[in-house]
Design a protein around this ligand. Structure first.
Ligand SMILES: [Zn+2]
Length: 130
């Protein structure tokens, strides 16, 4: 899967974002190692702490469908700035794929690719986990 194609899939999600409070729409597309794509948008709530990020919406849909391994995440935000996953999303993504690549882009302009290891070099790991 081409990075630009996955970014386009994320970009197509922007109209579906629910962001009446911040006006900051984000679309996500997550590629499994099997080649399947799961998409998400940010979903805000009047109780702002309950807001869910687009990448976790996509990840949770993939997990619920039985997928556990991912190779590439594409994130696109409304406007020109490139969205980086928040700390919570970095930790949650790292639970499944430490080797994940993360492509980020605004609606226009150049994309940039990071590895999850760059974004979260020292994740929390539950000691004694089997
Ligand atoms: Zn997040």
């Amino acid at each position: 899967m081409d990075v630009d194609k996955l970014l386009e899939s994320a970009r197509e999600m922007l109209p579906f974002a629910y962001a009446p409070y911040s006006g900051y729409r984000v679309g996500a597309a997550l590629l499994t190692t099997e080649g399947k794509i799961f998409k998400g948008v940010n979903v805000e709530n009047a109780s702002l702490g309950l807001t869910m990020c687009a990448e976790r919406v996509a990840l949770y849909a993939a997990i619920a469908a039985g997928y556990r391994s991912f190779s590439l995440l594409a994130l696109v935000a409304e406007g020109e700035s490139r969205p980086l996953p928040c700390g919570a999303c970095r930790q949650v993504l790292g639970e499944f794929s430490r080797g994940l690549r993360v492509a980020v882009a605004g609606e226009k302009g150049e994309s940039k690719i990071f590895t999850l290891k760059e974004l979260l070099p020292h994740p929390f790991v539950l000691q004694g986990r089997k």
